[in-house]
Design a binder for this molecule. Structure first.
Ligand code: C5P
Length: 226
């Protein structure tokens, strides 16, 4: 078991995990793991290889030739596949949906475990995703489960995409978010569930700053004492 502190933030898409995790990591001077980006990169590479996203063997064959690099950046992680910066493609809804398909596969999940755990470096890590507290870092010093109503999440996602110049129709987004929630929560391997010892925060009515405050005040003393 590592003594390097980890704070995990799990929850459904659009709950604000990424922004909260970034702000928290910056306040604490910790490293950041955006585990969704790992699944998105895997899905994108599989798509580039024309893999069948419903076939585990086809996806695993494609992943054998993947060379992904994750570089920290103030706006979120920058991701490279080989020598190509694929960050803009990574954020597309189509990539998110493809990611949630390959994330169903046990062998895919196992193949990215070491990569994710390698982000645990001093002085500490903030990791966001779906199974950070349950599977990847079960010994985390603080586990948070961040949720929000589906409508609020759809509106936030639409704004995020609009800021990037991508126009979406809210009703389509609601439907996609619903389908993704269902897939993430009902899958056999590492389903989206709150860890039994997680602090549960509903961010529907809270600002990002208020969520970060709640998390900072819940940090165990061993972490805050550095
Ligand atoms: O968080 P983000 O929307 O980038 O994640 C994309 C997809 O990757 C999720 O819908 C989920 O299916 C998958 N994922 C996962 N486990 C994680 C992070 C993401 O299964 N820890």
């Amino acid at each position: 078991m590592s003594s390097i502190p980890v704070i995990t933030i799990d929850g459904p898409s659009g709950a604000g995990k990424g922004t909260v995790a970034r702000q928290l990591a910056s306040e604490l001077g910790y490293h950041l793991l955006d585990s969704g980006a790992v699944y998105r990169a895997a899905a994108l590479h599989a798509l580039h290889c024309n893999a069948d996203l419903d076939d585990e063997r086809s996806v695993m064959n494609a992943l054998a030739s993947m060379h992904a690099r994750f570089e920290p950046h103030p706006d979120g992680v920058q991701v490279w596949l080989g020598d190509k910066n694929v960050t803009p493609d990574l954020r597309l809804e189509t990539t998110g949906n493809a990611a949630s398909k390959v994330a169903l596969m046990r062998r895919v999940r196992e193949s990215v475990l070491d990569e994710q755990r390698s982000f645990r470096q001093a002085p500490g890590l903030v990791a966001d995703g779906r199974d950070m507290g349950t599977i990847v870092f079960p010994d985390a010093q603080l586990k948070v489960f961040l949720s929000a109503s589906r409508e609020v999440r759809a509106k936030r996602r639409a704004k995020q995409l609009k800021d990037k110049g991508i126009e979406v129709i809210i009703s389509d987004l609601l439907q996609e978010i619903g389908a993704r929630d269902e897939r993430d929560s009902s899958r056999e391997h590492s389903p989206l569930v709150a860890a039994h010892d997680a602090l549960i925060i509903d961010s529907s009515e809270l600002s990002i700053g208020a969520v970060v405050e709640q998390i900072l005040s819940a940090l165990p003393r061993e972490v805050t004492a550095g």
